[in-house]
Design a protein around this ligand. Sequence first.
Ligand code: NAD
Length: 372
Amino acid sequence: MRSRRDFLQKITVSAIGLPLIQRYDTTGIQNFIHPSTQNKVLRVAIMGLGSYGTRVADAMQSSEKAKLVGVVSGTPSKIKDWQSKYNIPEKNCYNYENFDRMKDNPDIDAVYVITPNALHHDQVIRVAKAGKHAICEKPMAINAKEGQEMVEACKQANVKLLVGYRMHFEPKTLEIIRMRKEGAFGKVLFFQGLSGFRIGDPNQWRLNKELAGGGAMMDIGIYSINGARYMVGEEPIWVTAQETKTDPVKFKEGVDETIMFQMGFPSGAVASCLSTYTMNNLDRFFLNGSEGFAELQPSTGYGPIEGRTHKGKLTQPHKTHQTVQMDEMAAIILEGKQPVVPVDGAEGVKDLKIIDAIFQAVKAGKKVEVQV
Ligand code: NAD
């Protein structure tokens, strides 16, 4: 396989007279980058040093274009540990009270917010006001209104907002998208998404509506929503949804345990999905068209992702998702690179509009129209 550097193809001239490098990446996307930004590294602070924050920090050690340089945490002992593990200078360490001061720190370019869902909104807006680009974990907020406010705050501050959709850079996923675009599946007719796991500790924030904004749907069901959109290649126009609860003590009011939902797309394609906190072994996407099919199982776990189509097994090699994601996101922020599937704030708001509609459909017990 050709390396990243091999994709540099030719020098051309931009509309304003600056030389641009025309580059084709692994996905065939054409990008124009200024040579001045080509070797720049995105200097990132992680906010929220929990389990996923740690995974991202470890993966970033192998990143070519993104470097972990700072932290935001409410726990001084964790800051100390991270400082020694990742060689983070004292001047790049903040807590939740004082991180607005990052405004005066020229050594941090972006903050990756990896805290409980309900905190993302205020934290991203503060990051934007501090003049830093924001990368925010999924779900970007707990409803579409909050998500839109984040998009607007970042626009106003002239910083970029990206959502941690790591699957948008996963090679087998991208191969299916490429095949669908070239018509390999014929007319796309049906998608099935199964997203779930059995959740443990009843006292964790994921089961607290105030912090999670919901239950399984916000956390894991969102993968089936997002996956349906990039696999089918359309935006849904309606949803229907049904909820079941076997344990109302663990899954309190507003914290969904299991939701089955269906989506309809403008072409007539339909999706049938399951989101649950009660069953393991549920990580599967299936796309069916008039001329063929694609299947991913596991479809969104940390990998390796496994898949096949009517043409055979998908063999694209696995690379740590978060390493690829950080390299790609650095290129988006620093070079204006266009990803195959968007990862910007507007993309995050679309998923939240669908989640809002699913919750509404559960309550109403009938079909709800969506406009994303
Ligand atoms: P976690 O509980 O392991 O970590 C959360 C961190 O936030 C902890 O360090 C905690 O101390 C900190 N925190 C700050 N304020 C807090 C508060 N008021 N209450 C509780 N904790 C607080 O959770 P996690 O699994 O790392 O998830 C964090 C975010 O990352 C969530 O939005 C989740 O959806 C997302 N996530 C994404 C992926 C992915 O594959 N993209 C995977 C896991 C988690």
